[in-house]
Write a protein that binds this ligand. Structure first.
Ligand code: SF4
Length: 439
């Protein structure tokens, strides 16, 4: 039996893609190896969002050293799409370079890889991989799963590679998504996170072949009797329509958490980033969301030190953060991505200034996050148990996507159960407590 080792870089969509690659190979008799040294096939499923992504990949391949001759080496994902034949030129032991729209072909190409024939598949194929991939057969026993419903992006933010590596926006049909959701539910999944680079731009066919938006799809999915929780990520503010905002008020299984990247609070920066929204239009959306569901948790992404950012621009971002009061956020200092317009902007911000601003911004976000978590002290939260933690306690997520840890006294609860946990301590990254009936 052949063994595959998959290294996944980057976002949840890559995690989903890796799962589907592993599922398709397991149907052909492959088993997953936890150690690269024990594997016959090594797949690097890459991400181009991170700084120096290609260099990191080359150094990972280089680390295989003498073993690289005896293993079939595949580079998949967004770096494969962006670097293309360059990968084989620089790393001749790589056998196959395959873009994110073609990974369904890996299973057919593996038998042809013999260190003499090299393959590069980075065209955007006419047929959708989703029409070709077989049924879901999840390898891991977990109560939660990702489900990709949309891919690609037409927004062309000037710092981002996604429109080039994943192509233009594509939405799967509601029928296809419901079928996949049912397959996952049959395997014990009770929480689904719908994924897309621009998930709230979803515009697939509904069951009557008319265009559905994300709210329509969520209403359909909420009818599945054994589905207990729904989430979605990631969003663009301009696609946050009223239907979706009201869905958070009306659909019980839709969790009270929205990731709504803003990137900057300065309209000048937002224009240079080609974000097509302003600080005010973003704040209007936040207000509508909170009017619709008061307890909602808002998270975001920030880029600090985008080319041309002045102290004044940065202060506007700080002021926006103070106005919104985030439950969680991801923040990065700007670094150029080859091939994007902003990489050629002249007025790059010096590194020390970027770091200073990032430090300030992260301090504020951390303070907001801990305050948000402290709101849950001495309350009971409903936790979907996902796994056993390293210290032997159980852990899972709250409706607001906080990690919660607690002792399973009496061993009454299992992974996949819901636990009612009384919270007695809160930190920036988690909540701790005990099961209500044990108190
Ligand atoms: S909307 Fe998101 S995925 Fe699309 S270009 Fe902008 S940052 Fe990239």
């Amino acid at each position: 039996m052949k063994k595959i080792f998959v290294k996944t870089y980057g976002c949840q969509m890559n995690v989903y893609d890796s799962e589907r690659i592993i599922e398709s190979l397991s149907e052909k008799g492959f088993t997953q190896s936890k150690e690269i040294k024990d594997s016959d096939v090594v797949i690097f499923n890459t991400c181009h969002i991170r700084e120096k992504a290609a260099e990191k990949l080359y150094s990972d391949i280089g680390r295989l050293r003498k073993n690289s001759k005896t293993k079939k080496i595949i580079v998949a994902g967004c770096v494969a799409q962006a670097e293309n034949t360059e990968i084989i030129k620089r790393m001749p032991d790589v056998d196959l370079v395959i873009g994110p729209q073609s990974y369904h072909n890996i299973v057919n190409l593996i038998p042809k890889l013999d260190k003499k024939n090299k393959f590069v598949e980075t065209d955007f194929p006419l047929e959708s991989k989703f029409d070709i991939l077989k049924k879901r057969s999840k390898q891991e026993k977990k109560p939660t799963a990702f489900l990709t419903i949309q891919e690609g992006c037409d927004k062309f933010c000037t710092f981002c590679v996604v429109p080039y590596t994943r192509g233009s926006e594509y939405s799967r049909t509601t029928r296809e998504i419901i079928e996949e959701a049912k397959e996952l539910i049959d395997q014990g999944i009770i929480e689904l996170t719908l994924l897309g680079q621009n998930v709230n731009a979803y515009h697939g066919d509904n069951l009557n072949k008319k265009t559905a938006n994300l709210a329509d799809l969520i209403y359909e999915l909420s009818k599945l009797p054994d589905l207990k929780r729904l989430r979605y990520t990631t969003n663009h503010p301009n696609d946050m329509n009223e239907d979706l905002i009201f869905a958070h008020r009306d659909i019980e299984i839709l969790m009270p958490y929205i990731h709504l990247p803003v990137q900057s609070g300065s309209d000048r920066m937002l224009k240079l980033m080609n974000r097509k929204h302003s600080q005010n239009s973003y704040l209007d959306i936040i207000e509508k969301i909170r009017n619709s569901r008061e307890d909602i948790a808002i998270s975001s992404d920030f880029i600090v030190g985008f080319p041309g950012e002045t102290d004044k621009d940065f202060e506007k971002t700080i002021s926006l953060i103070n106005k919104v009061n985030y439950a969680q956020a991801y923040s990065f200092s700007y670094s150029p991505r080859p091939g994007t317009p902003a990489a050629d902007y002249e007025n790059q911000v010096p590194k020390n200034i970027k770091m200073e601003r990032l430090h300030h911004l992260q301090g504020l976000l951390k303070e907001q996050q801990i305050n948000f978590n402290k709101n849950f002290l001495n309350t009971t939260v409903s936790i979907l148990i996902e796994r056993e933690a390293k210290d032997g306690r159980l852990t899972g997520k709250s409706p607001h996507l906080q990690s919660v840890y607690f002792n399973n006294e009496g061993n009454k609860l299992n992974i996949g159960d819901f636990a009612q946990v009384y919270v007695d301590s809160a930190s920036v990254s988690s909540l701790d407590g005990s099961i209500v009936e044990n108190r």
